[in-house]
Design a protein. Sequence first.
Length: 156
Amino acid sequence: MPIGGTGNVFPVNKQLDWDYELWATKLWIAYAPSLKNHERASEVIQHITGAQYAWYNRVASFLGDPECTDAPQGHHQIELERYARLWKDLIVRHGLAVEIEYQDRQGNSYKSELGEILTHVLNHGSYHRGHLRGLAEAEGRDDFPDSDFIFYARCT
């Protein structure tokens, strides 16, 4: 079932979701170097930013917007801030109900509303922050950041 909307409230909420995404991932960027397996944690964070980059370019290319030409280089915080800004601008310009045609990496063609794609990208980040938590727990750590949305809502 499509989730896109044409009203003003829903896009503002999606912009808030990007603010949360940025906040939550920054917590893990700060924490990751303390892990014994910090190289793997960095790879996971790079995967999060890489997916944001790839999806943004798929959408921007279809909509005729400028693509992001510099691929993620491992400067996680700078890249996350940039991608959040790009995505938020895209929401304002096009709304969430616009249908996007794209291909996956295997060449299969699909159509999805921008709101559905944004939800996927944001959930992807949450999923992999859970992966980072698993890395910390595997090391017997319990001092990892609480990056659930409710903690964000309480501190903003």
